[in-house]
Design a protein around this ligand. Sequence first.
Ligand SMILES: [Zn+2]
Length: 416
Amino acid sequence: MPPRLTLVGMPVLTARWVLPDPDQAWPGGGVWIEAGRIRGTAKDAAGVRRLARRAGARVRDLGDAVLTAGLVNAHSHLELHALAGRVSAGGGFGAWIARLLEVRATCGDDVLSAGARKGADRMLATGTTTVGDIDSLGLTLAALRGHPLRVRAYRELLDARDPARTKAAVAGLSRMPRGSSRRLPGLAPHAPFTVSEDLLAAAARVARTSKLPVTIHWAETAAEVAWMREGSGPLSALLQGSPRTSGLTLFERHGLLGPSTSLVHGNLPGRGEPGRIAATGATVVHCPGCHAFFDREPFPLARYRRAGVPLALGTDSAASNGDVDLRREMALLRSTHPGLAPKEVWRMATIGSAHALGLGRHVGRIATGMRADLALFERNARSLRDLLDGLTASMPPVRGTWVDGRPSTAPDVSAS
Ligand SMILES: [Zn+2]
């Protein structure tokens, strides 16, 4: 049983290692927390003593472990967590969606709410302190009332290109919640083939005027790309009025792309599209576990990296993944892209995902002024390289997490 971690009277934390970001590690370094934020840092034991004197506080040694920024999950659907293990991938993406909606319809709001909370507990227990979550039913925020996890709650917009539904969806945009530092609003037009251009334009307008970040599923399947570009493929039986252009072109046309936009999946970018995304500062979010679940062709990571596209990591929902554990996503990414440096994998799960959620100045790194969102992993190493290798490949046990400086590890650490 690990010791209970508390900050009462002990605001300067030290550990065998402090990893403030992917580019440096401080053996015996420290972090001073005050009022939920990082008030100061130290790179070694002498610095920790100086920091403690300045803080007028004791030093709390967390032992043979590595203290890092909390992980940031850039894409999930907590409202689907109750469906874990109940929707198979057989028959492809379309059949999966049909089964998902069928199973979801059998679950009451109480079941979905309890599932959302369980998923949030699981995230904290596995080192994640911030999540970008898609809310299509409007129940997740109530389900997570009082929960410590930091949530960018994206409201899903979907009209199935049906004008009768567009009006209501646009009207709903005038009622966006104000949010708080741990409950932050955002907009999620579902995908280019399920959202009309009128709704895309309205979302872009509200995002601009209210300074809200945007996330969109994009270029996930060949069926999506074929219907968008040519009106062909399996979706042509369900949808009419193909725009005969790529989803990315529509996003550009309506001004949806920018540094606070994330494009989720991006498995099948067209020629030149990675460069166009890079020019806007938008992030592409890769979900390795979901990718494996659907047994997809290799993710075009090298094309995005060559173009300079910011990259992030997400889990997607437990209905299309075995877990919502970012340690597992990092390990999967390492195994499918063995040439990718561990520090780039760590960057994606911290700084990259924080940027994707429009929170790059608040979470994802240990630095003075940032939110005190931290994770403590059981891991020792001889060097920064060794440390990052272990953190990203071996799913080290999580000894604790903090959100706004408060210990917040959920008691339930069992798998999903
Ligand atoms: Zn998704």
